[in-house]
Design a protein around this ligand. Structure first.
Ligand code: NAD
Length: 472
């Protein structure tokens, strides 16, 4: 064990009111490596009370954008300075290779910087009306934002929620996932060091149902719930928030389709297709878990793709050379194992690894009715199938209740735009994967979520836009 990590409420790090604690288990050693406060509804309530007070009475919402931005940039500096510690926290909590968690820390800092600047530079509309009146828009902070995060990109996704909420003058209660709590406490400590006033960024640890998470979604003093996690949890959160008509933003699961056409640059397609399903051991909402390859290049593509899968270095996630670590927890490993053991079709490569690891797994000849095509496995497991026509590929890609993202690889510019338009997804990556512009909308259709975040889309969610109409 390397210490105790508390809630951070009203500028103080504290244990739970009832003194309960939970271990954080390192999935590589399969041993607890730290202890964390286990919060309940009463801990969530005091975190909300602190955020409410800081919003209603504190300086944060009344501070100018420049001053808030300065503090958020200072926090980003500290995040970068503490990169090794933050990265190791995520790696030990969920087994992500340090090379990847180190990259996530830099993205977290970039999120803080981007939203600080975006809010400061944002402009409202001024509307001269035919009647001679003028209208203009004010973007006022919404109030207290509850941010509920998953375990697959702990610090990075938490910053993606916190940064726009804070930049627009809201106060925040963050509940990290119970499997990855440590980096959130570290971030809140750094926020205090950076000079954010007490109560502006609170962290409460605990579980979801009947615990701190659910309590946040039911609290009438919360003005926004921003959630990233499973689709089934998104439904529960929407039901809870509906009682108070609290707006929710939901970034949910995915079952990304990846279409490789015969005219694609195959080296590029193999590279990104492997990244899309094996990065972070496939524990990515955006994973390219359904791979469709045009029949003319099916054999050649698969040869290269399988070689690539077999070349990935698996092992201790603390080793900078490791590309694939264990799955995040014993329960998640058990879930993914159920898809790998006795898998249907032909396993071209893969299978179970040591401990809670699953090797990069490629399944061909799987019946279209199998759950492997429909359900989010959330592991390094891809199902692959050939196609003959563009129309057939698009129909297959869209045959899912999810709609977070899709990828397509082709050198034909007309097809590129035509297929991008036909795919039912929040993001389409063309000859690439995972590249983000923080101004672009991010979110999904269908079971993949409600709403968009990023740039102006985050502004719409974290503010109450107000129209002022003048007779002049
Ligand atoms: P999860 O839904 O089990 O848990 C996410 C968070 O919600 C955790 O903090 C959990 O404690 C909390 N929670 C659970 N039940 C709750 C309830 N009833 N009320 C309030 N809070 C509750 O998800 P997970 O297993 O941590 O994350 C994996 C999922 O997240 C996958 O489905 C993945 O696709 C999705 N995800 C989506 C995106 C995206 O941007 N769309 C990004 C990353 C992950």
């Amino acid at each position: 064990m390397t210490g105790f990590y508390g809630h951070v409420i009203d500028g103080e790090e504290t244990g739970s009111l009832d003194g309960r604690r939970m271990p954080s288990v390192d999935p590589w050693t399969r041993e607890p490596w730290a202890e964390v406060a286990l919060g309940g509804a009463d801990d969530a309530a005091r975190a909300v009370a602190a955020a409410r007070r800081a919003f209603d009475e504190g300086p944060w919402p009344r501070m100018g954008f420049a001053e808030r931005g300065r503090l958020l940039h200072r926090l980003a500096d500290l995040v970068e300075e503490h990169r090794a510690e933050l990265s190791l926290a995520d790696t030990r909590d969920m087994g992500k290779p340090v090379a990847q968690s180190g990259h996530d820390v830099l993205r977290a800092a970039a999120n803080l910087r981007f939203f600080a600047d975006h809010a400061r530079l944002s402009t409202g509309q001024a509307l001269p009306m035919d009647s001679g009146h003028h209208a203009y828009t004010r973007y006022e902070p919404a109030g207290v934002a509850a941010a509920i995060a998953p375990w697959n990109f702990p610090l990075m996704l938490e910053s993606w929620k916190i940064a726009p909420a804070l930049a627009w003058g809201n106060t925040v209660v963050l509940k990290p996932a119970e499997d990855t709590p440590i980096s959130a406490t570290l971030l809140a400590r750094l926020a205090l060091e950076a000079g954010l006033p007490p109560g502006v960024l609170n962290v409460v640890h605990g579980y979801g149902p009947d615990s701190a998470g659910q309590a946040l979604t039911e609290d009438p003093r919360v003005d926004r719930v921003t959630f990233t996690g499973e689709s089934v949890t998104g439904r529960a959160i929407t039901r809870a928030a509906a009682a108070n008509l609290t707006p929710v933003s939901l970034e949910l699961g995915g079952k990304g389709a990846n279409l490789v056409f015969a005219d694609a640059d195959l080296d590029n397609a193999v590279h990104w297709s492997a990244e899309a399903i094996f990065r972070n051991a496939g524990q990515v909402c955006l994973a390219g878990s359904r791979l469709y390859v045009e029949r003319a290049v099916y054999g050649e593509f698969l040869d290269r793709f399988v070689k690539k899968a077999e070349s990935l270095r698996t092992g201790d996630p603390k080793d900078p050379a490791t590309e694939l670590g264990p799955l995040a927890s014993e329960s998640h490993f058990a879930k993914v194992r159920s898809y790998v053991e006795n898998a249907p079709g032909t396993m071209l490569t893969g299978g179970l690894g040591d401990g809670w690891s699953v090797r990069p797994t490629v399944l061909a000849d799987v019946d279209p009715s199998a759950r492997h095509w429909r359900e989010e496995i959330f592991g390094p497991v891809v199902v692959v199938q050939p196609f003959d026509t563009e129309a057939e590929a698009v129909t297959a890609a869209n045959a899912t209740r999810y709609g977070l993202n899709a990828m397509l690889f082709t050198e034909n510019v007309n097809r590129a735009h035509r297929v991008s338009a036909a795919l039912r997804a929040g993001t389409v990556w063309l000859n690439c994967f995972f590249i983000r512009d923080l101004r672009a909308p991010f979110g999904g259709v269908g079971d993949s979520g409600i709403g968009r975040e990023g740039g102006d889309f985050s502004r719409e969610f974290f503010t109450e836009p107000k129209a002022v109409v003048m007779q002049i």
